[in-house]
Design a protein around this ligand. Structure first.
Ligand SMILES: *Cc1c(COP(=O)(O)O)cnc(C)c1O
Length: 380
């Protein structure tokens, strides 16, 4: 059996171990420590964010962001439907109600026109959502400007879930730095990883100070333990922040490697009948965190699932595009606006192995595996 080729695995650089060793050598193993602040500052430098709080996961960062935007039980939060469940789960932690918004075809992200119509309608009946949770999917920014314009008009806060889009750009800016709050993830499969971790950023220093307070059990400034609000244990540990500092130093190399994977796949497979790659919107640069494509079974010869299984048979891991949240059993009772685009992308979309540590031989194997099942090609 050939070695398995996985979707996206951790890829350490040169310096992570050195930073971790430093934490050991100075006994900063207790969760707080100097790597955390250094990681936050370096993260701001790399992304252009103004203030940052390092936390234990991207999900924790979303949870804190919603609390800080004042989301409470019964409130509504508009949320991209084509995303991982972690985008919307924290809405439910608070007893609030997600309303899911469909994607557009140019970016696979939230459709600004749909959002505009929905917000206009809601404004007219005096029922605006508390926030919009805008996801930047698979390494590509959503079309932020028109979304920001309409949200600003109605004074609805934007929380950007940029868990998958660190290293991307939108008109030169990093996704996650345009809304009221942005969040990132350093889970094991993301473009850089701390094994587990996340970051919350904002232009508002008060929001980030509050996030740090809530993330450390909301302890009031007093010599004894005093608490005036409910807190969480959500801070990133100093050891993991050390890994993050090392990973930040190789972020641009990781982006380049993932974009190169895409180029190689695109060159080899772009002309196969029935194969279309996720488009790169003209307003920015995608990282191609995952290379995604859609399969038209009539032209390609087999459908997405048959292709996935054929790759699986030769030890190649690929995955369907996210199942839209409005189709998830756990969100079945939630309202959704549109949905046909994300449903189609889910039905026909596949994510290919995309790690920055894939070899040329790995990429050749994936390409060979896909060509082998393309029955349509003999017509061309
Ligand atoms: C990974 C991911 C998250 C959650 O991040 P964790 O660090 O795993 O908690 C949230 N949203 C999206 C879009 C993600 O891909």
């Amino acid at each position: 059996m050939p070695n398995p080729i996985l979707l996206s695995t951790p890829h350490m650089g040169e310096q992570e171990l050195q930073f971790v060793k430093e934490a050991f050598d100075t006994n900063w193993i207790a969760p707080v420590g100097p790597h955390i602040e250094a990681f936050e500052q370096e993260f701001c430098r790399v992304t252009g964010a103004n203030h940052a709080a390092a936390v234990s996961s991207g999900t924790a960062a979303i949870h804190l962001a919603l609390i800080l935007m004042g989301v409470q039980a019964g409130d509504e939060v508009f949320c991209s439907t084509l995303t991982f469940a972690a985008s919307a789960n924290p809405i439910k932690y608070l007893g609030a109600k997600p309303v899911f918004i469909d994607s557009d075809r140019t970016s696979w992200n939230m459709n600004p026109d749909l959002l505009k119509t929905a917000l206009e309608k809601r404004a007219s009946i005096g029922k605006l959502p508390k926030a919009v949770l805008l996801v930047h999917l698979y390494g590509q920014s959503a079309d932020i400007d028109p979304i920001k314009e309409i949200c600003d008009r109605y004074e609805v806060a934007i929380i950007e879930d940029a868990a998958e889009a660190l290293g991307a750009t939108y008109k030169g800016k990093t996704p996650g730095t345009s809304g009221k709050i942005g969040i990132y993830s350093f889970n094991g499969n993301k473009i850089i990883t701390t094994s587990g971790g996340g970051m919350l950023v904002s232009d508002d220093p008060e929001i980030v100070a509050q996030a740090k307070l809530l993330a450390t059990q909301a302890r009031d400034p007093a010599p004894h333990y005093q608490h005036s609000q409910i807190g969480y244990n959500y801070r990133l540990s100093n050891v993991l922040a050390g890994i993050g500092r090392g990973q930040l130093r190789v972020l641009s190399a990781r982006v380049a490697a993932r974009r190169r994977n895409f180029e190689i796949y695109h060159q080899a497979l772009g002309n196969l009948p029935g194969i279309e790659f996720m488009p790169e919107a003209d307003y920015g640069r995608a990282t191609r965190w995952l290379t995604c494509l859609t399969v038209n079974p009539d032209l390609f010869g087999v459908d997405r699932e048959q292709l996935r299984l054929a790759l699986n048979d030769v030890q190649i891991e690929s995955r369907p595009v996210w199942k839209p949240l409005h189709m998830q059993p756990v969100f079945a009772e939630c309202e959704s606006i549109g949905g046909a685009v994300s449903e189609d992308l889910f039905a026909r979309g596949l994510c290919l192995p995309s790690g920055s540590n894939l070899t040329d031989e790995d990429l050749e194997r994936v390409i060979g595996g896909i060509k082998a099942v393309c029955k349509g090609k003999k017509n061309f």
